[in-house]
Write a protein that binds this ligand. Structure first.
Ligand code: HEM
Length: 459
């Protein structure tokens, strides 16, 4: 017989009424939960003022929640907060909202593997601009450059719009820096407010409301500018994501997406796409800079073809394996919410229908029971040595799961693969300081800024 939820293990030091307030960590909530998972086991609870969060950090139980017949996606936590920013964009739309299904049908072809062939040249132009920048100034602020590169990629490949952060600035969108600053503040708020200490959080919320509303308005104004420019140009021939959203009829209903929803989607792609892919690139660059021998080995395996073609990228399995190890150890989306469709037993505890749980990929992807004793270490060849299959006990789900899994997976992998192979083929890099990799959280898990020194392989 399953035990009730109240019997789930919880952090030490619980206080009546307030709950596990002593273990609330507003700034690094998921890293703190991953530490708790090591102490408390594969499923545990955290409670604040009667609000109970159930955290699943063990691989076996996390795998159990992937079964779509028994579990669905839940729109809670930072996701629910981000609805204020991105409305009914794919990421923040409710699964029952007909606009979600319509947008997903219209956009899926735009994110297929074959669509990457269309975006390849735009992505390659960003890789070239980045390499030119590193040639000119070898002391690289990795955070700044990956933010610039990933936003440029979405702008150029997705909306045929230069963002003005890399390469030539003429004809670029205006106000990109302000957009970035506003977006950054909104992401911090979404992450911190859902993990805040009760009451203090409410006060903080009220004090920050005006600033936040202004930031959200600034973000929306920026994307409306991109859409208006396309509409005013009256150009109907674009094969990019924006063209797809403005011109394509839903194959099922025949309807087009309303313009306010197109704005939600553009904002979603700019936010969901750049921050996560930048985090992945930064983790990869950190490990390559910390381990030049591995970087040299990968660079010597046929990365010398310039320019990299679409086929070269698709074939470069070694980089893909390397990126997968980065995604395993530091998933940019550290977890996702699932809701029980019917009563469930999870590790001996009764989860009633309708109850949500937080699947902490950050912990489950490091579960030593399935990943082995070196689960917490970065091992460059891990994914080369063994294939992860659907029947594998190993939990590996950095893209989420089911119908709400990441639509941008192919896009992100093609982009990261292309950027990384271009940089690896042209540069050796080393860390400026031998700093540990420290991660910060703002709905995503992303390295704190660090610097590398890039020198041309030709010199
Ligand atoms: C390394 C890069 C990326 C990672 C690790 C990542 C991860 C994820 C995860 C875990 C989810 C599911 C979240 C949940 O279930 O609550 C998701 C959803 C989503 N991602 Fe990504 N993502 C990445 C890149 C991108 C890119 C480049 C785009 C678009 C250009 C994108 C667009 C989206 C959208 C729109 C959704 C919501 C899909 C839906 O609910 O229909 N992502 N992503």
């Amino acid at each position: 017989m399953s035990k009730p939820l109240s019997a789930l293990p919880h952090p030490p030091g619980r206080i009546p009424v307030l709950g596990d307030i002593r273990s609330a960590d507003r700034r690094r909530p998921t890293q703190h939960e991953a530490e708790l998972a090591l102490q408390l086991g594969p499923v545990f609870q955290r409670e604040l003022l009667g609000n109970r969060l159930i955290v699943v950090g063990g691989a076996e139980l996390a795998n159990q929640t992937l079964d779509e017949r028994s579990w669905g996606r839940a729109l809670v936590g930072p996701l629910a907060q981000l609805r204020e920013l991105a409305g009914a964009g794919l990421f923040t739309a409710r699964s029952k909202d007909p606009l979600w299904a319509q947008a997903r049908r219209i956009l899926t072809p735009g994110f297929s593997q074959s669509a990457m062939r269309v975006y390849h040249d735009a992505m390659a132009s960003v890789a070239d601009d980045l390499a030119a920048k590193w040639d000119a100034s070898p002391v690289v602020d990795v955070h700044q450059d990956m933010t610039a590169a990933t936003l440029e990629v979405i702008g150029r490949a997705g909306f045929s719009c230069r963002m003005g952060l890399l390469g030539r600035r003429d004809g670029a969108a205006e106000g990109t820096e302000q957009f970035l600053a506003s977006l950054g503040r909104v992401l911090v708020w979404a992450s911190e407010s859902t993990n805040d200490v009760p009451l203090v959080g409410t006060v903080r919320e009220l004090l920050g409301a005006r600033r936040r509303n202004a930031d959200i308005a600034a973000c929306r104004e920026f994307v409306n500018g991109i859409i208006q420019e396309r509409l005013q140009a009256g150009d109907h021939d674009h094969t990019d994501l924006l063209g797809l959203m403005l011109e394509t009829e839903d194959p099922e209903t025949g309807a087009r997406l309303p313009h306010h929803n197109v704005a939600d989607q553009v904002l979603t792609f700019l936010a969901a796409g750049h921050e996560t892919t930048a985090a992945l690139m930064e983790v990869a660059l950190y490990h390559l800079a910390a381990d030049p021998a591995t970087a040299d080995r990968i660079a010597s395996t046929g990365l010398d073809r310039t320019p990299m073609t679409y086929e070269d990228v698709v074939k470069s399995r070694q980089i893909r394996d390397y990126l997968n190890e980065c995604l395993r150890l530091w998933p940019p989306a550290p977890g996702f919410f699932r809701v029980a469709r019917t009563d469930q037993d999870l590790g001996g505890y009764h989860i009633p229908a309708g109850r949500g749980v937080f699947v902490l990929a950050l912990a489950a992807q490091r579960d030593a029971d399935v990943w082995g004793p070196d689960a917490h270490e970065f091992r460059a060849d891990r994914f080369t040595d063994e294939r992860i299959t659907a029947s594998s006990r190993k939990f590996f789900s950095p893209w989420g799961t089911g119908p709400r899994s990441c639509i941008g997976r192919q896009f992100a992998m093609h982009e990261a693969n292309l950027l990384l192979t271009t940089l690896l083929s042209r540069f050796r890099f080393r860390l400026e300081h031998s700093d540990e990799l420290v991660m910060r959280e703002r709905a995503t898990l992303r390295p704190e800024p660090f610097t590398i020194i890039a020198t041309s392989r030709k010199s």
